[in-house]
Write a protein that binds this ligand. Sequence first.
Ligand code: GCU
Length: 328
Amino acid sequence: MFTKRSALAIAISSLLAATVSLSASAKTTLKLSHNNDKTHPVHISMQNMADEVKKLTNGEVVIRIYPNSQLGNQRESMELIQAGSLDMAKSNASELEAFEPVYGAFNVPYLFKDSEHYYKVLKDPEIGGKILESTKGKGFIGLTYYDAGSRSFYASKPIKTPADLKGLKVRVQPSPSALEMVKLMGASPTPLAFGELYTALQQGVVDAAENNPTALTLMRHGEVSKFFSEDEHTIIPDVLLISEKSWAKLTPEQQTTVKQAADNSMMSHKELWSKMTAEEVKKAKETLSVEFVKVDKQPFVDAVKPMHDKALADTVIGPFVKKIDAAR
Ligand code: GCU
């Protein structure tokens, strides 16, 4: 009797072990790299997306997020994705332009009228949707967008007109459009990875930078740049991407879940972004004494007008820019 039970127990336990190893081998872990801090709203929204994916797939798909460029800066992460050795990344559309010119559509200055126009474009299957899909066959696809606010200049002096930029070295994202924009405004662009910017500003390698206000507090740039001049030249989304190799590892059901969770997180991020940006602006003013300067945007708009005309004539981004203009 004793021996029989033992045999049964052994059989059950080996069956259980087989089930456990089966489910363990069915689990897919996806590594996601990005360059923001883990207190940044985009990180929080991607964590919400990862939590939803884990819940809806009963733990079969786990997205592990590596913030602060731990797995490499944006360019390096994109290269790893294309090589198929990293699963996912979040990159700003500005830097993505160097990998896929279609993302340059978002980099045209003063393209969006307001937040409503911007979200309408991102959610439109014929505009935002087509851009995300456009890299199929090139190693990666876009899953969703995250609001990354509007970008303005900050420096150790106010920048009220393009004339105030004359002679300044301005850090830009490594993107052809960003370089062109700053040149047209009269300054010298210096492309640098985001993680190198604090030191570059502190040591005077660059005189100015441009970003949304969260960079002042969350990247501590407000410690070294005390004037944030609200010219709001661009509104460029962050983009969540997955390698095609990792995408193909997921079942069709899992792909649907990941896409749905990504879209949901884009919409919950909308609220989070405006709430957290307002808090960070308050902190920048109160704890870092950053002055927010109102500017007349028209001279900036006029300086970069040739970029809009050129974009409309471009065979890759022209059709998208036309649709974006029509959605105003
Ligand atoms: C934004 C964006 C980052 C980007 C950064 C930059 O903060 O969220 O992904 O790297 O701008 O200026 O480089």
